[in-house]
Structures are given as C-alpha cells and as structure tokens.
Design a protein around this ligand. Sequence first.
Ligand code: AMP
Ligand code: MG
Length: 331
Amino acid sequence: MSPFLCLGIESTADNLGIGIVSSEGIVLANEVKVHIPEEGGIHPREAARHHSENIGEVMNRALNKTKLGIDDIDIIAFSQGPGLGPCLRTGATAARAISSYLKKPLIGVNHCVGHIEIGRLTTGAKDPLTLYVSGGNSIVSGYESGKYRVFGETLDIAIGNCLDTFARAAGLEYPGGPAIEKLALKGSKLIPLPYVVKGMDMSFSGLLTAVYNEFKSGKYELADLCYSLQETGYSALGEVTERALAHTKKPELLLTGGVGANKRLRDIIKCIAEEQGAQPFYVPINFATDNGAMIAWTGILAYKEGITTPIEYSYVNPKWRLDEVNIPWRI
Ligand code: AMP
Ligand code: MG
C-alpha cells in the first residue's frame, strides 16, 4: 500500500478537532476548538451549533498547517460514537459530505479506541493496560483476543464530569479539573467522602453529591474539599487499575484522556506501575484531550485492514461501547 493521508474529525462533546495524519503515523496537523458554555454544563445542541459554525475555520487551519489542499486527502475518518448525539451528527454530516464530494473512502471510528491508539502511537507503548479518564468516560481496558476488553468502568458519571460539575458549583474556573488540582495542593485535611468500587466498577455520582453537600454546609475549607475529592476519586481509579494490571500482567500501563493531565493521578499510576513491574506511559496533553489526530490515526489503522464505512452504515451511535469494536490490526 503506498503512503496516504487521513483527515480525522472529532466532535463527540465540547471539543471540535480536525487532524491530518499520514499512513506512517506522522501527525501533520491537530487543530482543536473548544465550546465553552456561557453557563451550566455542555448543552448538546449548543455544542453542535458551535461545531457546525466553526468546522470550516478549524479545517482551514489544519489544511494551512500542512500546506495541503482538501484534494490531497485520501481518506476521511470521523468519531461515530460514543458521545452526544447532536455533536456526533454534526461531525458525521461533514465527514459524509467531504467523502462523497471527493469520492474518497469514509471510516467511522470509535472514540474510545481513538484514545488508546493515539496513546500507543505517541508514547510507543505496545500492549498497555489503559486507564482512560475524561469528561465523558472512565474506563480500565486492555487488548485481548481481537478486542479492547473493559475490565472496569464507571457505573454512572465520569470522573471528569464529577470534577467539572463540582468546580462549577463551587464557583471555580472552567475547566474544573485543573482548577481543583491547583486548589488541592493547598489542602491537607482528608474529609470522609463516599469511596465506591463495586467489583471492578466505580461510581462517582455519590461522591459528587457528598462533596457538594459538604461544600454547602460551610464546614470545610474549599482547598480541603478539593484535596479530598481528588484523593477519594483517584484512589478508586487506582484500585481498579491496579487489580486489572495485576490480573492481566500487562507489561505497560498507559494513562490517557483529559484527566490524565493531573499530576496526583500520574503519581498514583507511576506507583502502581512500579509495584506491578510495568512501565508507565502518559499521553502528551494535546493528544490526551479529545482531538482529530486520534480519529485520523485510528481511521488509518482500520483502513489498512480493509475497513471502510459505507454511507448507509455511517449513522452515529451515541452509546457505542469500546468492547464492541473488532481490532484486527492487533491480531
Ligand atoms: P476530555 O474529555 O478528554 O477532552 O478531557 C476533558 C476533561 O479533563 C475535563 O473534565 C477536565 O476538567 C479534565 N482535566 C483537564 N486537565 C485536568 C487536570 N489537570 N486534572 C484533572 N482533570 C483535568
Ligand atoms: Mg472534552
């Protein structure tokens, strides 16, 4: 197969990303524009409107970076799910339009697979156990027999959503994760909060309610609440990750997703990896949050295996699970 270029469109939630990646795995462009709600959390239709209004500009930025024209693109990949329906549909509509206009193959990509594959590409990890923590997902997974198996996941909200929602309620700046991280450094009192691990799964909604109630009670310093929220939430993630690593005996441990930027969580991951004799890897931050390059690269891996998505099968799947996807390039 001669070298080719893939344009990847990411639009699962608040990030609109356009990436251009070569079939050898070189990221030529990775442009992102983030929708910041005026108040409250992400409103799916408002985020979708943001994406449709800005996709032309972000795509031009990406093409200008590479000095390429749209005609130089060989295949088009897009996030087909999981994610917010209206946001996914905006990206999918653009991808279908470009693909049919250029008469170039279309590839629907699973967003969670994208996070793992860009992690492997950018860190050099080959067969990692992965902790993927973001605004919408909290998943411990590893490759086994043709699929990325889910060993543990959140039963309700994602850890990033928990952090962002608490930060907003406590009047901290957006996004919440980094603001809580900064304030947590000034805290030291561990306030008892619900620590919920059920089997190999986690739950963060009770943690969010409890920390918010403690905040409203006025009994504690906000720094101590931030410190306790991080310690409790990240410990639960650490417990599940360590058990999965011990059981699978994977040689590598990969941390990815926006919450993976957190230093305290990175320390926990490093500790677990050392304890279990695995090598820790952290996805660089511009590839850790939602981005188009991860979709383009996963599209390339799929296309090399002969996978394409005919238009009639290109409808989005907001609930598409990571462990439903066949991964023939790992066999
Ligand atoms: P993503 O959904 O992968 O785009 O990542 C966005 C999420 O990452 C949001 O929930 C942010 O609050 C969170 N985040 C970003 N930086 C940090 C950080 N330093 N610590 C904790 N969470 C973070
Ligand atoms: Mg995001």
